[in-house]
Design a protein around this ligand. Structure first.
Ligand code: FAD
Length: 454
């Protein structure tokens, strides 16, 4: 059923109207591609992209959420599942965790579809060891204007689709290798780091023992406290480490959204003084050094999922997430970016720093070996545009890049520098979409696709 709808990204900073189609089968998706409107077509999952990647003003948006069947039979043979594109990581975990299997890559929310995870080639807190989503997918079924095709890692279209922002075709299903686990709990070490050097050192220390590492970083602290952080590192617990109650059901998994955030709280909730006070409180309340705390997997991997509708706290203007990566050897640029954000007093709370490992091979895939910083800022913050553009220059200048699935404001001129394989990607894309039917608001803004769909 087609419906005209106003859609936004997760940051709610831009909204556009499109015709939303909700196909119930792969054949229906293929049929929709035969009648793409002049403004083109973009697939959409759970709408967790922060900016305009899954929007298509005046065109068609294909909502894949009805295609969500998952076959778990492969788990017993080779640890794989076959999932339709609209299945969420949440739904998969509800079934797979009690059987002893976790998703091989866990982004900061479970509310992500398989199609969205592929189109962004998502990474988790263990990217330096596990790689991105592409590393764990054996096979893809993709609908393009040429028809439905099954492709594997040897195909250039496969690599172009991971990180390809839904512009190479509609993912219909994928075969994914899962990660075996013995419990649903994580053993967590927490440390406070007084400055950026301390945080980076902790993120690298003992990485083989603790595959998962993340730092919540205060991007408003200045001077000697620049980059102060709370670093958490984790590894899967074995049943022998659990207390008697937990040990009775070591693979228990029953996460619930516990707290609802009131809709449209006043925008001054994220004012400068409020954000400063929040960061101070959050840093002070963290333990200086705590070892071996047992946490549920949802508390460790997806703390924000417990806050239903938290993206409304930024008020009616919404917010942006700025996520960039700089190569490991360019940690000085990371410091410069944090110093710039702090000097301009952009109100940001709970920014996140992670270490990324080797790139996956996806042409527009975000991860490169380096440091990635993600900062949430109210879209109405004073001086935001100029500050982030200055950050873009620093990041692009050292071989770094901004994450497209978080982006809502990058300039098209800088994308070539950040994504040097863009031309190669365009050629592969053009061959499977000669009439240029795939388009999105982001694709037009960044000139990723030819101008025909504008
Ligand atoms: C709280 C939060 C934490 C996050 N943490 C992380 C993190 O740690 N690491 C990380 O990498 N990302 C993270 N993300 C980003 C998230 O993983 C991506 O935005 C992901 O793409 C969202 O999936 P979705 O199903 O909501 O897709 P949507 O937002 O609906 O779409 C995103 C993109 O995927 C494309 N797409 C969707 N479905 C298909 C399909 N079937 N075929 C082809 N293309 C498709 C769309 O066209 C669009 O370009 C986080 C997001 C949030 C809100």
């Amino acid at each position: 059923v087609a419906e005209q709808r106003r859609l936004t990204g997760w940051g709610r900073s831009t909204a556009t109207v499109a015709t939303v189609e909700t196909p119930a089968s792969a054949d229906e998706v293929a049929e929709l591609l035969t009648r793409a409107p002049a403004r083109g077509v973009v697939p959409r999952g759970l709408g967790r992209a922060y900016g305009d990647a899954a929007l298509n003003a005046g065109g068609m948006v294909i909502d894949l959420r009805a295609l969500r069947a998952v076959d778990y039979a492969g788990l017993e043979h080779d640890g794989t599942i076959r999932a339709e594109a609209g299945a969420s990581l949440h739904a998969i975990l509800v079934e797979s965790v009690p059987r002893g299997w976790f998703v091989p890559v866990a982004p900061g929310t479970r509310q992500v579809t398989i199609g969205g995870a592929i189109a962004a080639d998502v990474h988790g807190k263990d990217h330096h060891q596990a790689g991105s989503f592409m590393t764990h997918v054996q096979e893809l079924t993709l609908a393009t204007p040429a028809g439905i095709q099954v492709i594997g890692p040897e195909s250039s279209l496969f690599a172009a689709t991971f990180g390809g922002m839904g512009l190479t075709g509609v993912v219909l299903e994928a075969v994914l290798r899962m990660l075996p686990i013995l419990s649903s709990r994580v053993v967590v070490d927490t440390d406070r780091a007084g400055d950026l050097d301390g945080a980076l050192a902790l993120m690298v220390e003992g990485a083989s023992e603790h595959p998962y590492a993340v730092a919540w970083i205060d991007c408003m602290a200045r001077g000697g406290s620049l980059g102060r952080a709370v670093v958490t590192r984790g590894r899967w617990a074995v049943p022998a480490e659990l207390d008697t109650t937990a040990a009775r059901d070591p693979l228990a998994f029953g996460p619930r959204a516990r707290l609802a955030v009131p809709p449209l709280m006043p925008a001054n909730f994220v004012s400068r003084p409020a954000a400063l006070a929040f960061n101070e409180l959050w840093f002070r309340k963290a333990p200086r050094e705590r070892r071996g705390q047992i946490q549920s997997l949802s508390a460790f991997f997806h703390p924000l999922d417990a806050l239903h509708g938290w993206n409304a706290v930024y008020g009616p203007r919404g917010f942006l997430q700025y996520q960039m990566v700089v190569p490991l050897e360019a940690d000085e640029v990371l410091r410069q970016v944090i110093a710039l954000l702090a000097a301009r007093r952009l109100p940001s709370a709970l920014s996140v720093l992670k270490r990324l490992g080797a790139a996956s091979g996806g042409h527009l895939s975000f991860p490169v070996a380096g440091w990635t910083l993600a900062v949430d800022v109210s879209a109405g913050a004073r001086g935001l545009g100029a500050t982030l553009s200055a950050c873009d220059e620093l990041v692009a200048g050292c071989g770094g890049r901004v994450y497209l699935v978080k982006d809502a404001r990058l300039r098209s001129e800088i994308v070539h520098t950040m994504y040097p394989r863009l031309e190669e990607w365009r050629e592969i894309r053009g061959a499977c979409d000669p009439d240029g039917i795939f388009a999105s608001d982001q694709a037009r803004r960044l000139r990723l696709v030819p101008a025909s769909a504008t």
